[in-house]
Design a protein around this ligand. Sequence first.
Ligand code: COA
Length: 250
Amino acid sequence: MIRSETQGRVARIRFDRLDKKNAITAEMYAQLGAALAAADGNPQVRSLLLHGSADCFTAGNDVADFLNVPRKLGASPARALFDTLPNMKKPVVAAVGGPAVGIGSTMLLHCDLVFAAPNARFQLPFVPLGIVPEFGSTFLLPLLAGYQRAAKLLLLGQPFTAQEALEAGIVTAVVSDVIGEAEKAANALAALPPESIRLTKRLMRARYAETLAATIDEETRIFTERLSSPEAKEAMSAFLEKRKPDFSRF
Ligand code: COA
């Protein structure tokens, strides 16, 4: 479940489903999109803070949902997040401790400042799951990290450390008190001239907004096709059955 509250001029949005490592269900995407839109439209709010617990940001999309929730081609329950986070007028600060898997990593590419704890573990396991990367990451990650580094993270899909995320440009800083530091940054942003912040964000993003939106749509179409592929079914069933997947017959 997604929890949100406003503290002073900062809106805090938190993943709270620790028994499943904060894996995001269809219902949670809707809650997250609604919380982001509400904070962006609330005149009291000047900045946002997005976090999980100190030991777990989010394990990404709920894998059982991938297998069980039917989708129309090109449609995604994450659409509520795709349509809000990249277009936020107010600055979004993320605090990552522990796992940030799949969309838990790709959503960071749309935040403004990202703080990671030394225990943060990032992973983009779309290829190992038989699907393709989403949320504009096939465009944004090569842009941020350079093609070769992005290819390593997206094609191999292995976990990587906070330091590697810093070197790839996904993370702003690695700090031990991750939620505390992110809170300080969100408060600092909230004290700055809001219109100047809004305009600067818009200027930094305007040049690639159209390409980003087109990439998200194309990725979503291919992603939903891949969800019903035998490769994806084998990979996801293997995760839920706690066994190694076997791709030798494909
Ligand atoms: N979807 C659904 N359930 C998930 C999940 C996910 N993305 N991630 C974790 N869980 C569940 C596990 O099935 C387990 O449930 P159980 O207690 O009912 O068996 C519980 O959360 C704890 O997970 P576990 O794997 O035992 O924790 P861990 O600390 O050993 O590992 C992760 C944590 C995040 C590294 C590992 O859970 C993982 O790799 N998760 C899958 C991430 C993923 O592939 N996400 C989709 C990306 S597109």
